[in-house]
Structures are given as structure tokens and as C-alpha cells.
Design a protein around this ligand. Structure first.
Ligand SMILES: NC(=O)c1ccc[n+]([C@@H]2O[C@H](COP(=O)([O-])OP(=O)(O)OC[C@H]3O[C@@H](n4cnc5c(N)ncnc54)[C@H](OP(=O)(O)O)[C@@H]3O)[C@@H](O)[C@H]2O)c1
Length: 213
């Protein structure tokens, strides 16, 4: 797939690199310095390049949204028309100081985003995973028992694409249902982060999520 990375920070850089190594064609965009995007593309290998958000939106069928919530308007404006694109969002609707969710209970960041880009297909995924664990999970992806990542969305084909990307990173993909389920997965992501960073187990806790069969 052709994947545009909107936000090349901790999440965007690691997921973009992982996708490029899994042989997707990746455009890294949206960082404060062009040199950083060039470096990421160089390190990710021949399937990656640096570009602008507009390049990413125009040339990719899938976009990974990985910006701080406060940067959402800016990145969407720079990306331009997202009609027909699948937008996989790991952006959580956090306040500027990251102390709380600014959307919760009756809606979610994913649903608010879907209203902002009505001609795109939004899938919410990856936000329950701290970026630190991504390379380790990717390296271990052939293990029989793999950690799970939940995702949700309203469009079946887009969800299949997101599930494939989740598997490419090394997780088992757990379909949590329609996009409104993000109302529950977004607070869950904060619980995971709290446990990962403030508990004793470290980020490993983040993916010790088991499905009861
Ligand atoms: N990090 C995690 O473990 C994690 C886990 C789950 C969900 N998330 C969510 O994923 C999203 C991204 O998180 P992150 O940790 O990857 O954030 P981050 O490291 O701060 O990355 C955000 C990106 O936005 C760019 N940026 C910020 N201000 C900019 C500006 N004025 N102009 C151009 N680019 C600008 C940053 O540029 P620079 O690269 O130059 O700084 C960076 O590339 C957030 O919504 C977060 O809640 C993160």
C-alpha cells in the first residue's frame, strides 16, 4: 500500500519505518524540520521518502494521523483534500498539557475527526500502544502468540486495511466494532499509558491484553 504519515514524531516515525520495512511505500511528512523527515526516510530504507502533508495526501491511499490533537487543524489544512482516503488515527484528543481528554463519554477524537473529513474513512487504531514497544513487537511478529491491538471504524474495507497494517507491525488485530467504540478505547489508551509509564512493569504492560475465547 501507499501510506502517508501525517506527523513524524514518536508514533509516526516508528510506525512509518515499520510499514516501509514491511514493503509498503511510505511518505514521512509533518515535522518541524525537513532534515528530520529526510533522515527518517533514509533510515527506513528504499520504500520510504520525505514529503509534505499535501504529497502524502495526494499520493497515498492510506494516511496515518499521528499528531498532537492541538495540531489537528494545521495538519488537515496542509494535507488538503482527503476524499476517498483511509485515515488510520492514533491521535488522542488530549489537552495541550496532556493532562486530560478534551473529548470523552458522549463522543471521541475519532468521531470528531470523522466529522472534519467526511469524505475520508476513519479507523481508530494503535493509540493503545506506546511507541517504545513497536520495534520489539515487529521483531517478534512470527511468534505463535502475539499481542493484541484493538481498532474500530464504520467502513468494512477500511477496517480490513487497518487490520492488515496492525498485523504487519506484529499484533493480532481485534475488531472492537463501529467508530463510536473509540469513546471507550480512547480512555482505555490513557489507562494503558498510565500503567505503562507509572506502573512497575514498563511499556510491556501495554500489550498484555488477552481476549477471552
Ligand atoms: N508516543 C506514543 O507512545 C503514543 C501512543 C499512543 C498514541 N499517541 C498519540 O499519537 C499522537 C502523536 O504522538 P507522538 O508521541 O508521536 O507525538 P510527537 O512525538 O510530538 O509527534 C508529533 C509530530 O508533529 C510534529 N509537529 C509538532 N508541531 C509541529 C509544527 N508546528 N509544525 C510541523 N510539525 C509539527 C512533530 O515534529 P518534530 O518531529 O519536529 O517534533 C512530530 O513530528 C498523539 O495524538 C498521541 O496522543 C502517542
Amino acid at each position: 500500500m501507499r501510506i502517508g504519515i501525517l506527523g513524524s514524531g514518536l508514533m509516526g516515525a516508528k510506525l512509518g519505518t515499520t510499514f516501509a520495512r514491511a514493503r509498503h511505500r511510505v511518505i514521512f511528512s509533518y515535522a518541524r524540520r525537513q532534515a528530520k523527515l529526510e533522515r527518517l526516510a533514509h533510515e527506513a530504507g528504499p520504500n520510504a521518502r520525505a514529503g509534505t502533508p499535501r504529497d502524502a495526501a495526494r499520493e497515498s491511499e492510506v494516511l496515518l494521523l499521528a499528531v498532537h490533537w492541538s495540531r489537528l487543524s494545521d495538519v488537515l489544512e496542509r494535507a488538503g483534500d482527503l476524499s476517498g482516503r483511509i485515515v488510520v488515527s492514533c491521535s488522542l484528543p488530549m489537552s495541550k498539557d496532556d493532562s486530560r481528554l478534551v473529548i470523552a463519554r458522549t463522543s471521541s477524537g475519532a468521531e470528531a475527526l470523522a466529522k472534519r473529513v467526511p469524505r475520508a474513512r476513519v479507523v481508530s487504531a494503535f493509540h493503545t500502544v506506546p511507541s517504545e514497544v513497536l520495534f520489539g513487537v515487529y521483531a517478534a511478529r512470527r511468534r505463535a502468540k502475539r499481542p493484541h491491538v484493538v481498532y474500530c471504524g464504520d467502513h468494512a474495507k477500511s477496517k480490513r486495511v487497518a487490520a492488515r497494517l496492525i498485523r504487519d507491525v506484529g499484533f493480532d488485530a481485534v475488531d472492537a466494532g463501529p467508530l463510536r467504540i473509540a469513546r471507550y478505547t480512547e480512555p482505555f489508551a490513557l489507562l494503558i499509558a498510565q500503567l505503562a509509564y507509572e506502573g512497575k512493569g514498563g511499556p510491556e504492560l501495554a500489550y498484555r491484553f488477552e481476549r477471552f475465547r
